[in-house]
Write a protein that binds this ligand. Sequence first.
Ligand SMILES: NC(=O)C1=CN([C@@H]2O[C@H](COP(=O)(O)OP(=O)(O)OC[C@H]3O[C@@H](n4cnc5c(N)ncnc54)[C@H](O)[C@@H]3O)[C@@H](O)[C@H]2O)C=CC1
Ligand SMILES: O=C(CO)COP(=O)(O)O
Length: 320
Amino acid sequence: MTVAVLGAGAFGTALAISLAGNGPVVLWARSADHARAMRAARENAARLPGVRLPDAIAMTSDISDIAACDTILLAVPMQRLRSVLEEHAGALDGRVLVACCKGVELHSGLGPVGVIAETLPDARPALLTGPSFAHDIARGLPTALTLACADAGLGKTLQQALNTANLRIYRTTDTIGAELGGALKNVIAIACGAVIGAGLGDSARAALMTRGYAEMQRMALALGARPETLAGLSGFGDLALTCTSDQSRNYRLGLALGRGDCFDPSVTVEGAATAQAVAEKARGMGLEMPITDCVVGMLDHNLTIDEAMARLLARPLKEE
Ligand SMILES: NC(=O)C1=CN([C@@H]2O[C@H](COP(=O)(O)OP(=O)(O)OC[C@H]3O[C@@H](n4cnc5c(N)ncnc54)[C@H](O)[C@@H]3O)[C@@H](O)[C@H]2O)C=CC1
Ligand SMILES: O=C(CO)COP(=O)(O)O
């Protein structure tokens, strides 16, 4: 199986490096200059400096170069996914498309599988998600991910194809649970970063992670996810990683909020737009998502971290 990766950011490049151990990989960048620079230096200096790109990776900015690939990984930010699918519909429709992004689209409230299904109805969508930092994968460190595909047969084929020497792939048919786990954990990671940045302590972070997990379950189960998916790599696993590591951009945005520092707006932080999308979706579903609401308030600068914490502590007492 020949694999193409669309999106030469940190994650797309890291996946291409790991998959290159299995055979040829096409890595597509939207900018011809970026593709040329990567070819010349055999390095993605912008997003993954210091890691050599193996010879099995062909770098291109010509979308027709993916024509011979059986499987296409989409490693672009969630809020850009729809426009990428629309722009390259001719090359992508009817193909096996594995979304690698984590988030909920603003306005539609859909996750990546939902956006693919709506935009390219003849494509065969799947999702690759779970606890993993691009730099860890690129350095060959052991990582486990979940491949979610509603078509069980295709899911098995993709599990085999995407498993590599350092990427162990589990599979599920629960795409709703897998996409919501990966999206919602980023919102909780922003909250955890804020708490640590403001010096409120590890106990407060553990409380947020646990009650954040309850929020994740509340929404995901209401939308038909299976509880075991949330308890797996794509949910609990990714929540644990993202809420505790300053390798995470979502966590680092939270740290900056908590410390009152500025944060580079060009960095991909999926939890920011997703918090807004989820808060709106929860209101429409009549679900309480108090931590998500606080994250939206802090990001909009309508709420300080102290006010957010006071609001959470003052909520009516209830059974766990
Ligand atoms: N970096 C990481 O450790 C991990 C990232 N992810 C997910 O992967 C997705 C991508 O993240 P990163 O690669 O880290 O971000 P990044 O910021 O490093 O790269 C994003 C890439 O998308 C490209 N892009 C943006 N808009 C585009 C468009 N309209 N058309 C074509 N390409 C476009 C950019 O040129 C860039 O190369 C996110 O959803 C993230 O949550 C998932 C697991 C780990
Ligand atoms: O999704 C990730 C870890 O699994 C990457 O986290 P960030 O997007 O917060 O850097």
